[in-house]
Ligand binder design. Structure first.
Ligand SMILES: *Cc1c(COP(=O)(O)O)cnc(C)c1O
Length: 390
């Protein structure tokens, strides 16, 4: 926050200035990478006092404060905690919210490991999970029971990229005193501010676009003023801590998030439009496409896009998806996304979803910062192989 930290500033300006408190950085532009477990006090009285800014490495350092401040400002949050992975940010958000006997309504297109945590870990502590249609809006009101405590969204959702009507869902939640959590990893704080749309807690797998270079595992959870004390206390009680190098890499990535996302989004749209014209493809899943079912919500609620998209081949066999993926040369085969390099993976949501969904694999592309023409040429040659061998 050097100089003006005005909420009216454009995102590009905020990205350059946020989290740069001179109290934290001194005369330097970036915060130091502070490796600390122990913090020394000036006196025994200070050790016992509860007004000390720094008390223990795990409780916060100038390095972690810089990142938390930056993400809070970008999201308009009361506070932010950093977690050692995106998944631990998802589970921390749920832990801060749920108690034994509670039920969470979770979008059925949720990131698979979040779903696994709900079903295996949270169930052991007496929390039940009920899945809701990924395209849900205000109709979620019909599913609320006396046990319902929270609604967990991920918009757009993993693999199928379904948009949820967050303002409508938040309206239902507010009237019933339910907490709304949203995994905002696809949009990032630059593309969507869920707290402004009525969510109470927002999760970012910063591993993806925010760190942006496939070299750090980290997540953030931000909360509005009602939920912040519970989130902060849960994080502290769990003893979660992110090493300073990963925090630094994330802050470094954050500074260029705007220019990277612009390129991911423009290349993503170019590739998506090209894919739509391919006869081998049944449907491209990407909310920025005008004929995507989530397009109207995307346009209304988000101010930007990402480079992550999916598609279904007309040949719905796993074998065809695998053959296509294996033929690609510029796309690395791997989980994760949001880095500078293009990646491909596939999943079969029908195998694990609770509600009926279309069978067959979805091929997912994370469009990186390479030249989009080169990526399209690579996709083109992989399609050529598909038809000639098939
Ligand atoms: C990858 C991902 C996560 C988890 O992030 P990790 O850093 O890999 O643990 C959470 N949510 C979504 C939507 C993701 O894509």
């Amino acid at each position: 926050m050097s100089g003006k930290s005005d909420r009216d500033q454009q995102p590009a300006t905020r990205l350059a200035n946020t989290g740069r408190d001179r109290d934290l950085t001194g005369p330097f532009i970036n915060p130091p990478v502070i490796r600390a477990s122990t913090v020394l006090f000036d006196s025994a009285a200070d050790l016992a006092a509860d007004n000390q800014r720094y008390t223990y490495g795990r409780a916060g350092t100038p390095t972690t404060e810089a990142l938390a401040t930056a993400i809070s400002e970008l999201h308009g949050a009361a506070g932010t905690v950093a977690c050692p992975s995106g998944l631990s940010a998802c589970t921390t958000a749920l832990l801060a919210t749920l108690s034994a006997g509670d039920e969470v309504l979770m979008v059925d297109s949720v990131y698979y490991p979040t779903r696994r945590a709900a079903e295996k870990l949270f169930r052991r502590f007496g929390v039940t999970t009920r899945y809701v249609d990924p395209g849900i809006g205000a109709e979620i009101a019909d599913l609320v029971t006396p046990a319902t405590r929270a609604i967990y969204l991920e918009s757009p959702g993993s693999y199928t990229l379904d948009m949820q009507d967050l303002p409508a869902i938040a309206g239902v939640a507010k009237a019933r005193d339910l907490i709304v959590l949203c995994d905002n990893t696809w949009a990032t704080p630059l593309g969507c501010r869920p707290l402004d749309l009525g969510a109470d807690i927002v999760v970012e797998a910063a591993t993806k676009y925010i760190a942006g270079h496939s070299d750090a595992s980290i997540g953030t959870v931000s909360a509005n003023s009602d939920l912040w004390p519970r989130l902060r206390d849960t994080h502290r009680q769990m003893g979660l801590y992110v090493g300073p190098d990963d925090v630094f890499l994330t802050l470094r990535g954050l500074r260029t998030l705007g220019v990277r996302l612009d390129r991911h989004a423009s290349s993503g749209l170019e590739v998506a439009r090209w894919l739509q014209r391919r006869s081998e493809i049944e449907r491209v899943l990407y909310p920025p496409l005008p004929d995507d079912p989530g397009h109207a919500l995307w346009k209304r609620d988000m101010t930007g896009a990402a480079g992550l998209l999916g598609f279904r081949l007309r040949d719905r066999s796993v074998e065809a998806a695998q053959r296509f993926i294996d033929a690609l040369r510029l796309f690395g085969i791997g989980w994760s996304w949001g880095g500078y390099e293009s990646l491909v993976a596939y999943a079969e949501p029908a195998r694990y979803r609770a509600l009926p969904t279309e069978e067959g694999p979805i091929v997912r592309l994370s469009i990186g910062l390479e030249d989009p023409g080169d990526l399209i040429a690579d996709l083109d040659q992989a399609f050529a192989g598909l038809s000639s061998d098939g």
